[in-house]
Design a binder for this molecule. Structure first.
Ligand SMILES: [Zn+2]
Length: 393
C-alpha cells in the first residue's frame, strides 16, 4: 500500500509546479502594439525598442495606437490583409490592401503590405520587383515619420528577398543541366537584388542589408559547383575513349556534348563575373561600415582564360626555363594548331589537368628530366616539327 501514497505525493508536487508555471505566464501580459514611430505591429510585454525601427515603444502608447487603428475606418481591412498575409494567401491580402488604397492613396502601411505580397505572387520567370519597389517607395513617401519607416521598409524587403530567393535557387538546381540555366539564375537574381540595393540606398548605415546582398551574391556565384566542369570532363573523356575505339559517330556526338558543356562553362564564367562585380558593391559597403577590414579581403575574380605564357608545364620543367626556344615553339603550336580544333582542345584540357603534377615530379629529379627530354619532349617535338613543315608546305 506504500507505493500508491508516494505516487500521489509526487504527482501533487508535479501538479503544483505546473500550476505555478501557468500562473507565471498569466502574469506576463503580452500585448499587441503598433510602433508609434514606424507603425509596425508587434507583441511586447513591457516598454521596449521597436524590432523594426529601433525607437522606444511605450507600452501604453503602443497599445492605444494599435487600438486606434483597429477601430479606424480601415481597421478591419488591415486586420484581414495581415491575416491573409500570415496564411500565405497573398492575392487575398493584396485585394484588402487595394480596398484601403482605393479610398486613401496615402495609407502608408497598405502600400508596404502590398509591395511585400507582390513579390510572393511573382512567377519564377517574372519577378515583380519593379512594381514592389514602386509600392515600397510610396509607403515611405506617405509615412508619418519617414526615417523610421525607411528602416522598417528595408527590414521588410530584406526578409521578403531572403524568403523568395530560395525559390529561384531551387529552380536552378532542378534545371541546372539545361543550356541557359545559369544565365537565367543570374538574371533572376539581379532582378531580386534590386530590392536589397534599394534597402542599402535608403539605409546606408545598416550593415545587415549589405550583408544580405553579399551573402546572396556568394550563393549565386557558388551555385554551379563543379557540375559544369564535370559535364565537360565527362564529354572529353568519352570523346577520347571513342576516338581510341574508332567510333566515329560517337566521337562526333561527344564533340557536340563537349562544346555544349564548354559553352555552359563559359556562360557561368561570364555571369559569375557580373555577379562578382555586384558582390564587390556590397563588400565596399561592409568595409565602409567597419564590418570587414580591407586587408582581410581577397577580391576574387573568376579565372581569366589560360594565359599565353602559362601552361607548358612538362616541357618547361624538362627544359628548366619557361623562355627556352623549344618551350616557345610548343606554346605556339598549342595556340595556333591545337586550340583551333576540338580534339586538340580536349588534349590541351587533359594536359592542364595532369601537367602540373607531372611537372612538379620532373622538376625535382635530374634523371626524370633526362628521361622526359628523351622520351616525351624530343619525340613530340620531332612530330611537331614535321607537322608544322607539313602545314607550311
Ligand atoms: Zn518602429
Amino acid at each position: 500500500m506504500k507505493s500508491p501514497i508516494v505516487h500521489t505525493v509526487s504527482t501533487s508536487i508535479y501538479k503544483n509546479q505546473i500550476i505555478d508555471k501557468i500562473n507565471q505566464r498569466l502574469k506576463i501580459k503580452i500585448m499587441q502594439v503598433k510602433c508609434t514611430s514606424c507603425g509596425a505591429s508587434q507583441n511586447i510585454d513591457e516598454s521596449q525598442d521597436c524590432s523594426y525601427c529601433g525607437n522606444l515603444i511605450e507600452m501604453q502608447k503602443g497599445k492605444s495606437n494599435f487600438q486606434a487603428i483597429t477601430k479606424s475606418e480601415f481597421g478591419n481591412f488591415i486586420m484581414m490583409a495581415e491575416t491573409s498575409e500570415e496564411a500565405t494567401n497573398y492575392n487575398e491580402a493584396i485585394s484588402y490592401y487595394n480596398k484601403i488604397l482605393e479610398k486613401d492613396t496615402t495609407y502608408s502601411d497598405a502600400w508596404l503590405g502590398k509591395g511585400n505580397c507582390i513579390i510572393y505572387t511573382s512567377k519564377i520567370g517574372d519577378i515583380r520587383m519593379k512594381e514592389a519597389l514602386t509600392y515600397w517607395k510610396n509607403s515611405i513617401k506617405f509615412a508619418e515619420h519617414q526615417e523610421p519607416m525607411q528602416l522598417r521598409v528595408s527590414k521588410e524587403i530584406d526578409s521578403v528577398v531572403q524568403t523568395f530567393f530560395p525559390n529561384i535557387l531551387d529552380h536552378y538546381s532542378k534545371f541546372a543541366g539545361l543550356d541557359d540555366s545559369y544565365s537565367e539564375l543570374a538574371g533572376r537574381f539581379l532582378i531580386l537584388e534590386g530590392g536589397i540595393d534599394f534597402a542599402c540606398q535608403i539605409c546606408p548605415d545598416e550593415p545587415q542589408f549589405f550583408q544580405t546582398g553579399y551573402d546572396l551574391c556568394e550563393m549565386v556565384i557558388n551555385a554551379p559547383g563543379t557540375g559544369a566542369s564535370s559535364a565537360q570532363i565527362a564529354a572529353a573523356g568519352s570523346a577520347i575513349f571513342n576516338t581510341l575505339a574508332g567510333n566515329k559517330y560517337s566521337v562526333e556526338s561527344d564533340n557536340a556534348d563537349w562544346q555544349k558543356a564548354n559553352a555552359r562553362k563559359k556562360q557561368i564564367k561570364e555571369f559569375g563575373n557580373q555577379i562578382n562585380h555586384v558582390k564587390n558593391k556590397y563588400l565596399d559597403g561592409l568595409i565602409r561600415l567597419g564590418v570587414v577590414e580591407e586587408d582581410e579581403v581577397t577580391r576574387y575574380d573568376m579565372p581569366k582564360s589560360e594565359g599565353s605564357k602559362s601552361g607548358c608545364f612538362v616541357i618547361t620543367a624538362t627544359m628548366g626555363d619557361s623562355n627556352h626556344p623549344i618551350v616557345e615553339e610548343f606554346r605556339n603550336y598549342r595556340d595556333k594548331k591545337l586550340l583551333t580544333n576540338t580534339m586538340g582542345k580536349v588534349f590541351v584540357m587533359f594536359y592542364y589537368k595532369i601537367g602540373p603534377y607531372l611537372a612538379v615530379t620532373i622538376e625535382r629529379s635530374k634523371l626524370l628530366r633526362k628521361l622526359s627530354l628523351l622520351y616525351i619532349v624530343k619525340p613530340i617535338y620531332k612530330r611537331l616539327k614535321n607537322n608544322i613543315n607539313y602545314i607550311n608546305d
